[in-house]
Design a protein. Structure first.
Length: 170
């Protein structure tokens, strides 16, 4: 497994879709890009900005529940890509017993950001899907454009104000 850090949450210019950029730690400059939804990007932006909400959000609730039950998230692992869908696991340690819980990578990263857990990517996945990208001030405009987390949160709030349950029955 390769340790990565959340380098950025950006928006892909071509599709206007949020994108996680997970950069490997240590030598090498590969980045694993993962497309995610706007609500998931907002949840990660909340964690990055250390936004405290009046009531726990879903990721906060899960982290609090794991802790209340005597466990801790040891790490999160992005393990595979099957049919254009990424898969991840939460590795939870409780009473010296490890439990793996399947998760979406966006949820796993959001949790890791909240509890300070390491993020890992399988060697095979990074070798197959990792890209060499310039991420500092040299990001090529056609690849990704920076996103303002506050703007992303505002867009999520607007989306939530306008969405109806029937919209998901399509």
């Amino acid at each position: 497994m390769i340790e990565v850090v959340l380098r950025a949450v950006r928006v892909d210019v071509g599709s206007s879709t949020p994108l996680l950029l997970l950069e490997e730690v240590g030598p090498g400059n590969r980045v694993l890009p993962i497309f995610i939804g706007a609500p998931e990007a907002a949840a990660i932006a909340y964690a990055l900005q250390k936004v405290e909400t009046p009531r726990p959000m879903s990721h906060d609730l899960l982290a609090n529940t794991i802790t209340a039950l005597g466990g801790r998230i040891f790490n999160v692992e992005i393990i595979s890509l099957i049919d254009n869908t990424f898969f991840a696991n939460l590795r939870i340690l409780r009473d010296n017993v490890e439990t793996l819980v399947s998760a979406r990578p966006s949820d796993a990263v959001a949790l890791a950001m909240r509890v300070g857990a390491p993020i890992l990517v399988s060697d095979e996945l990074m070798n197959a899907e990792g890209k060499v990208m310039l991420l500092d001030d040299e990001v090529e405009a056609e690849e990704v454009a920076p996103v303002d987390e506050a703007e992303l949160v505002a867009e999520l709030r607007e989306f939530l104000d306008q969405v109806n349950p029937e919209d998901f029955n399509k």
